[in-house]
Ligand binder design. Structure first.
Ligand code: URA
Ligand code: SF4
Length: 207
């Protein structure tokens, strides 16, 4: 099948996967991106958090969740009593997809083809880390982990068996960037609390 598979070294740990991903040509997104953004955190983490794709800051720095969405995620993890250093952070798609408007780079959602092409990396990461729970941050991550379309409004807060060979328990929640889009402060505070509630549930699952 087309996609990342041929670049994924068999039996590799996270450091080897990270290096190998630099050479991935499994879809066209590597072409315009600055660099691949692989993951952050410990390979022995009990909790994996999966985002959509690196954003503008992440593309420049080469690390996931270092921009505005990452800031909200850090605040929510802290409020849920989860140590960010103790979790494994990654994305469904490892290269930044964007549209150029003059000097600006505007985030563009990855397509289903990109999610499918990039899935072998995420599968390999789950095989190595074997977490007690994988948190799907938004619809793209949920699609990658469950290998079917997911409506966040209907499934958030639920724990569903992942489509990976281990059947990793997947807790579906919102993407932290969705909170940034809420203009009303009360709406945003309520959405933040609900997000923290989902993360607390994930924390209970890791014991
Ligand atoms: N949003 C994501 O989904 N992932 C990141 O790494 C940063 C922002
Ligand atoms: Fe490979 Fe994923 Fe980057 Fe596409 S987005 S080139 S599949 S690492």
């Amino acid at each position: 099948r087309p996609g990342a598979q041929e670049w994924v070294p068999e039996g590799a740990g996270i450091p080897k996967l990270r290096t190998a991903a630099e050479a991935c040509r499994g879809c066209e997104l590597w072409r315009d991106a600055t660099q691949v953004v692989f993951s952050d955190g410990s390979a022995s983490a009990r909790m994996v958090l999966v985002g959509e794709q690196p954003g503008d800051r992440e593309d420049i720095e080469g690390e996931p969740f270092v921009g505005p969405a990452g800031r909200i995620l850090s605040e929510a993890l802290e409020a849920a009593g989860i140590d960010r250093e103790g979790v494994y952070l990654t994305n469904a798609v490892k290269h930044f997809r964007f549209e150029r408007r003059g000097k600006r780079r505007i985030h563009e959602k990855p397509g289903v083809a990109h999610v499918e092409a990039c899935a072998p990396w995420l599968e390999a990461e789950l095989r190595v880390v074997r977490p007690a729970v994988a948190v799907a941050l938004g619809a793209t991550a949920a699609r990658a982990l469950l290998q079917r379309p997911v409506r966040i409004g209907e499934t958030r807060g639920q724990v569903i068996e992942g489509a990976d060979p281990q059947g990793t328990p997947v807790l579906v929640t919102v993407h932290p960037a969705s909170l940034l889009r809420l203009r009303d402060q009360q709406d945003r505070a309520a959405a933040f609390q609900a997000f923290v509630g989902d993360l607390e549930r994930a924390r209970e699952l890791i014991g």
